[in-house]
Design a protein around this ligand. Structure first.
Ligand code: TXA
Ligand code: MG
Length: 320
């Protein structure tokens, strides 16, 4: 059933409504200085799963976590000296830093695609800042467009792609920068450019007094499951089962899997299944005997099922 997408004014009432919707697990598009983001509470698995559903993303690409200030950022990420320097120089602004995830950060593993790092950004747009302050928590936000379409810089673009699929959009006019943030991974004395964007490389190099490391296209994070550092279960993974073999743990889906060790969604709801996926894989992996296998029920390859199956195929792929 399509949602009624509210177009919220940028006064105190509109901001309060947007923050309430986020608190309730809703999806709220909001302006940043780069492009409109599609925001959800980054600690709420179901809310984050709904981002992927609304965008029809075929993969669980990691998302950028937006926060109001650097004190909040440090709850979720570990800053080395380079990160500290870049943050002081360019935040708030169109710069995203990929940093080690802080212990106990409490973010949904869907936000990081279960990577040991988190992408974090403090947007400069006053409305983004006001929303993050009113919500008082971390907001996961990819660009507010259906997967594969160009990023939106006006409310009309957001509605064009996502009306009826999201709860609300904060009407903040047009975005100044118009391209997404520059994504950097700070290293010891330099940084690696992961995505060129709204903050020019020259400004970053001038700040660090050194050249940025080359962007290696083979390492792009469009497929986080291919990263060596990416979590894969220790147990083997067998897909598309209707029942487990003896000694296997069973990760079920739907009502027919009532005897499963864990069930991604007993009712067969793909949004719930996506929200549970990484938690349940880790849980079963911790319980699996050495050399044993996790058997996974067949998941429909529609909607979020495509992203779930993409991730499961990576987990089941032969280990390198
Ligand atoms: O300007 C922007 O950055 C906009 C506004 C809304 O903030 N957001 C945006 O998000 O462009 P999105 O989802 O379209 O791009 C996020 C990209 C991912 O595709 C991935 O390449 C990278 O950020 N990313 C996120 N987490 C990462 C991680 N842990 N390691 C490496 N790259 C990561
Ligand atoms: Mg995008």
């Amino acid at each position: 059933m399509p949602l009624k997408t509210e177009i919220l004014p940028t006064d105190a009432a509109g901001l309060a409504r947007a923050a309430d919707l986020l608190r309730g697990g809703g999806l709220v598009a909001f302006p940043t200085e780069t492009v409109y983001g599609l925001g959800a509470n980054a600690r709420n698995d179901l809310a984050v799963a709904r981002i992927f559903e609304a965008k029809a993303r075929p993969r669980f690409n990691p998302l950028i976590v937006h926060v109001a200030d650097i004190t909040v950022a440090k709850r979720y990420a570990i800053f080395n000296d380079t990160a500290e320097r870049l943050a002081q120089a360019f935040w708030p602004g169109p710069l995203t830093l990929v940093l080690p995830l802080a212990p106990g950060a409490g973010l949904s593993p869907l936000v990081t695609a279960d990577l040991p790092t988190v992408a974090i950004r403090i947007p400069a747009h006053p409305l983004a800042h006001a929303l993050l302050t009113a919500f008082n928590g971390p907001v996961a936000a990819p660009s507010a467009n259906p997967s594969g379409r160009i990023s939106p810089t006006r409310v009309a673009h957001v509605l064009d792609g996502l009306e009826g699929r999201i709860d609300a959009v904060l009407d903040g006019g047009s975005c100044d920068v118009g391209v997404e943030s520059t994504i950097l991974e700070p290293l010891e004395h330099t940084a690696r450019l992961l995505r060129p964007g709204g903050l020019p490389v020259e400004a970053l190099e001038a700040c660090l007094g050194t050249f940025l490391q080359e962007f290696d296209i083979s390492e792009t994070i469009t497929a986080p499951g291919q990263l060596a550092s990416h979590y894969a279960p220790n147990a083997g993974v067998r897909l598309g089962v209707t029942a487990p073999n003896t000694g296997e743990l069973w990760l079920g889906f739907g009502p027919s899997a009532h005897a499963a060790d864990l069930n991604l969604s007993p009712s067969g709801d793909l949004i719930e299944a996506a929200a549970n996926l990484f938690h349940m894989l880790r849980n079963l992996d911790a319980r699996a005997a050495p050399g044993s296998t996790i058997a996974v029920s067949k998941i429909p390859d529609t909607g979020l099922g495509r992203a779930i199956n993409d991730r499961l195929r990576r987990a089941a792929a032969p280990r390198g």
